[in-house]
Design a protein around this ligand. Structure first.
Ligand SMILES: [Zn+2]
Length: 400
């Protein structure tokens, strides 16, 4: 009993508006001065807004103190939001923005002279509906360009706004290197071949599921890191996964290292990740030349700030989810170097969380042999596919 209520509490994240600090604008006070309280029929208090976020949906319930006229406008195409105007309704708090989840990114509440406007900013791949709670009356969607703004004619006291993911998941898989860039090499083993085979297996294992897969390369072709990044920026995806294989310079180690590692983006490298980030970024740096590299580094520091703000925690969460799934496999449980962060150039996109997996050491005598075997490549690809679905189906309920 206790267990089930705990897991339910975990899954259902209820937001308390009283916790979010209101901005310091005296907007409500101003409006109240201009429009005496008698002109307002109803009040929407902070505690009368309940937000429930689920992995594939969100539900917002608004409870007014008295019925109000409602208008719903779909401006998703033109303004990236839909909004609900509540006529003659006063907010019991100051204008504010409330972050929700990846289905419904945020809600902005603003006081207008004759109405309270709630702007809902959904993910592009969502559908929404606005209904009155008691009767289930569905509000029709108005037109933003209509000259005269008309309420629906159906007053409501409790309004439910449901936002649902309407499309499938989309994941970009990036087999590192390719073509003239072999990546790490050990004898006949080349990183570019190993990672392509693993990614191909992951793609096979995801076919027929609710995840669509896009590959940055499908064969042994060259693609620069810049071109990979531009490609990703064009796509609205849910996750980017770059697959690599590591190599140690064996002379430096008594015992050659082995094991899988999961990376998310960070601005700086720790001493043990610096060499790897340098190796994975090298091809890009060599291609660009000193001047372009300086420009790139300047842009990079701004870009990374943005990305870290937006996607850092989801990148870290994705790494944890992947590590959990891989740890179910006896080999990867025993050969696991854990979750880390480093400044990998290929992870710098603004569009979606991005992680990089170093599946193992291609120049470790035993692990290198495994990585080159089709059976092990398929096993790794299958685990990747499971990790991706595990992350996608659990991310929203644990989002901040
Ligand atoms: Zn690599």
């Amino acid at each position: 009993m206790r267990n089930s209520s705990r897991s339910l509490a975990k899954r259902w994240k209820v937001f308390d508006l009283r916790r979010s600090a209101p901005p310091c604008l005296p907007a409500v006070a101003l409006v109240v001065l201009l429009f005496p309280l008698a002109a307002w029929g109803s009040v929407l208090d902070s505690e009368a807004i309940q937000i429930v976020a689920l992995p594939d949906a969100s539900r917002v319930t608004l409870r007014l103190t008295a019925p109000a006229q409602v208008r719903v406008v779909d401006a998703v195409q033109s303004h990236g939001c839909f909004f609900i105007d509540l006529y003659s309704v006063q907010a019991g708090f100051q204008d504010k923005v409330i972050p929700v989840n990846h289905i419904l990114r945020s809600i902005r509440i603003q006081t207008y002279p004759k109405a309270l406007r709630l702007q809902f900013f959904p993910d592009e791949r969502t559908s929404f509906r606005v209904a009155e709670a008691e009767t289930g009356y569905l509000y029709p969607l108005g037109d933003l360009t209509a000259a005269k703004f008309v309420p629906s004619g159906h007053p409501a006291r409790t309004i439910v706004v449901e936002t649902t993911r309407s499309r499938r998941w989309r994941v970009i898989l990036d087999p590192g290197h390719g073509g003239k860039d072999p990546g790490a090499v050990s004898g006949k083993r080349r990183e570019k071949d190993v990672v392509l085979a693993i990614v191909r297996s992951a793609q096979r294992n995801l076919s027929g599921t609710d995840v669509d897969v896009i590959l940055t390369r499908k064969s042994d072709t060259y693609r620069s890191l810049g071109s990979r990044r531009d490609f990703v920026e064009e796509i609205e995806g849910d996750l980017f996964v770059s697959i690599h294989a590591n190599a140690a310079h064996r002379k430096r180690y008594q015992t050659p290292p082995s094991g899988i590692e999961f990376y998310y983006l960070s601005k700086t490298a720790s001493p043990d990740t610096a060499a790897l980030a340098e190796a994975e970024n090298r091809e890009d740096e060599e291609r660009l030349g000193p001047q372009q590299n300086a420009q790139w580094n300047a842009m990079m520091s701004h870009l990374i700030e943005d990305i870290l703000r937006e996607h850092r925690s989801s990148g870290a969460r994705a790494c944890q989810a992947f590590n959990q799934v891989f740890s179910r496999d006896p080999y990867f449980r025993a050969h696991n170097r854990g979750v880390k962060s480093a400044p990998f150039r290929v992870l710098t996109n603004r569009m979606m969380p991005a992680i990089l997996v170093e599946v193992g050491y291609i120049d470790h005598p035993a692990e290198g042999r495994l990585l080159a075997s089709p059976d092990f490549q398929d096993r790794t690809g299958r685990l990747l596919a499971q990790s991706i679905r595990h992350y996608l189906t659990h991310q929203a309920s644990s989002q901040n």
